[in-house]
Design a protein around this ligand. Structure first.
Ligand SMILES: Nc1ncnc2c1ncn2[C@@H]1O[C@H](COP(=O)(O)OP(=O)(O)OP(=O)(O)O)[C@@H](O)[C@H]1O
Length: 268
């Protein structure tokens, strides 16, 4: 099976700060891949490169094995990679259907595209179908987004990504601002997206959430990938050790203490 989305040797510098320092990345078909790492480890920067929101200084990105050069988020969207950012990029005063089709409005058929009217009925029907399919419960598709709860807004943003994503959906901290029940609903939603065959990249600081949902965990540290582990064989404490640098993965794929940490007593 071909890797859906991959990167090799990505680099991005902001003046003296190296946000991405030779990062590799691989998203396999049908998986939920969690990306974890400390604040400032460069997770968001890497995700931005993978979704066209920033252009890396070096390195390569492939979609289905084909080299791509994303200059804008639209380039990534065109090949089926949808990203849900923390700010959700919703338009609060507009209704749910309008938000789901923001920038991709369906117009009625007719000769001159620019003067064709929006096909509101079709967009509402389609939006409702996606919400139903993902089991997102919202009273009315004509509700303005500003009347929704945080979890429901997250649901709309995720549903939009799932509706248009054909290759992958990337989510940056989707549960960060949510309560327990709403987080559980978003995790269930991610599960359903995976069930539909769409792989999901999930940046998260929430280790229990990661362990609940991820098939593999990509650990990011100091601007690059330092390990990819399975939540089935690696404990949460070990992942924390990989994040802080107290632990590393050796050439046999075993998690072990970093030698300098042993010598200095930090690994104890
Ligand atoms: N636009 C920018 N200009 C300057 N420095 C930046 C910019 N974006 C990111 N950085 C720096 O790059 C480094 C990596 O940041 P990034 O946001 O990618 O990390 P992160 O792992 O996503 O962190 P967090 O978990 O806190 O969101 C940080 O030192 C950050 O300050």
């Amino acid at each position: 099976m071909t890797t859906i989305l991959s990167a090799r040797g990505l680099v991005k510098r902001y003046g003296h700060v190296t946000a991405i320092d030779g990062a590799d990345f691989d998203l396999e078909p049908g998986e939920v891949l969690a990306v974890v790492g400390d604040n400032g480890a460069g997770k968001s920067s890497m995700i931005k490169a993978l979704s066209g929101a920033l252009v890396p200084d070096a390195g390569e990105i492939r979609v289905d094995g084909e080299l791509v050069h994303f200059r804008t988020p639209l380039d990534a969207r065109r090949v089926g990679i949808e990203t849900v950012y923390q700010d959700l990029a919703l338009s609060p005063a507009q209704d749910i259907a309008s938000n789901m089709f923001l920038g991709r409005e369906i117009r009625r058929t007719g000769p001159l595209r620019l003067i064709r009217k929006l096909d509101t009925a079709k967009m509402r029907g389609e939006a409702q179908r996606v919400l139903d399919e993902l089991d997102i419960k919202i009273k009315s598709i004509t509700q303005p987004v500003e009347t929704l709860s945080g979890g429901q807004r997250q649901g709309v943003a995720v549903a939009r990504a799932a509706a248009f994503g054909t290759k992958a959906v990337i989510m940056d901290e989707p549960t960060a601002a949510l309560g327990v029940a709403e987080s559980a609903r978003v995790l269930a939603l991610i599960d359903r997206i995976r069930d539909r065959g769409l792989p999901v990249v999930l940046i998260s600081h929430n280790m229990p959430h990661v362990y609940e949902i991820a098939d593999r965990i990509h650990v990011h540290r100091l601007g690059r990938r330092v390990a990819v582990v399975s939540p089935k064989t690696t404990t949460m404490n070990q992942v924390v050790g990989l994040i802080t640098g107290a632990l590393e993965v050796d050439e046999h794929g075993e998690v072990r203490e970093v030698e300098s940490a042993i010598h200095t007593g930090l690994g104890a």
